[in-house]
Each structure stands twice: as C-alpha cells, then as structure tokens.
Design a protein around this ligand. Structure first.
Ligand SMILES: [Fe+2]
Ligand SMILES: [Fe+2]
Length: 173
C-alpha cells in the first residue's frame, strides 16, 4: 500500500467512533497500570520516582475498580458461570483499597517503598486472573452489542471517578 493510502487509512481509523467494547477498555487500563508498575519496579527508580508513579497508579486503580464493578462485576455476580470469579474480584478490590490506604499511614520511606512493591505483586496477580479467565469467558459469553453497551457504562463511571485531570488508560485517546 502506498504511503499516501496508509496515511489516509490511519486518518479514517482515527475518526471511527471509539471502540466501546468493555473488555478492550478494561485492557487499556490494565496496560497503563502495567507501565506504571514497571517504572516502580525498575532497578534505577529513585524513591521520588516510585512515589510519583504510585500516586498515578492508585488514582487509576481506584477509578478502574469502581468502573469495573459498576459496569461488569456487579452485573455478573449472580450469574452461575461468573459468580465465583466476580465475587473474588470484588473482594480483591477491597483488599487493594486497604493496602493503598495503608501505604499513606507509613512515615518510614523504606517501608512505604516495600509495601508499594508488594501491592504491585497483588495487583499483577489480579490483572492476570482477569485477563486469563474472566475476560475471555465474558468475551465468549456476551454478544458484542452487550459488551459495547457495558463499555459505555464503564467509560462514564471511569470519567466520573478519575481523580486527576490526566487522561490515562481507557480515557486516553
Ligand atoms: Fe479488577
Ligand atoms: Fe481490571
């Protein structure tokens, strides 16, 4: 394909209405979380860098959890195929909230860094479970039109709960 045609195609793709498939949106948030966690875990990361990445991460995680619950988990919690995973997911969210709150209570910087890194391990495990089990099962089970409807609800809640003005994850263009 010529360079001109490729460029035109890119412009056309950009102008398409946003893909609101909830699973695609959830994965977009997950990718942003993973980037922030990578910068926290980097060998070269200073304390200042770790704290600033964690600040962004916790805002994203908070908003993502709220939107994931409202749009998806609460809807499938009573469904026999999904109830175990959905319930476990919601309870893990509550634990994430507690750990994130606790980090701020620590005055010792070294302990704060250690807890932030442990939090990242919990979070990685949680994301992996969703990506390997829940999301593929839901993709198979629900029609694309349903996933798009739920995606629109997810995006609305994400916008309402994102505490910083920065558009990140599913809210980024
Ligand atoms: Fe989750
Ligand atoms: Fe998630």
């Amino acid at each position: 394909m010529s360079r001109k045609k490729t460029k035109l195609r890119k412009v056309a793709e950009k102008s398409q209405p946003m893909d609101k498939n909830v699973v695609a949106l959830l994965l977009k948030d997950h990718r942003s979380m993973k980037k922030l966690m990578a910068s926290i875990k980097s060998q070269r990361a200073t304390h200042a860098k770790i704290f600033s990445s964690f600040k962004k991460l916790e805002k994203l995680v908070y908003s993502h959890m709220k939107a994931e619950e409202t749009s998806l988990l609460h809807r499938i919690q009573d469904h026999k195929v999904f109830e175990d995973e959905a319930n476990e997911g919601v309870e893990e969210h509550r634990i994430h909230e507690l750990v994130m709150k606790n980090v701020h209570k620590l005055s010792d910087k070294e302990r704060r860094v250690t807890q932030i890194k442990i939090f990242c391990e919990f979070l990685e495990h949680h994301l992996k479970e969703e990506e390997n089990d829940l999301f593929p099962a839901f993709n198979k089970y629900a029609a694309l039109s349903t996933r798009k409807k739920i995606g629109a609800i997810f995006l609305k809640r994400r916008k309402d709960t994102q505490r910083s003005g920065k558009k990140i994850g599913a809210l980024a263009n």
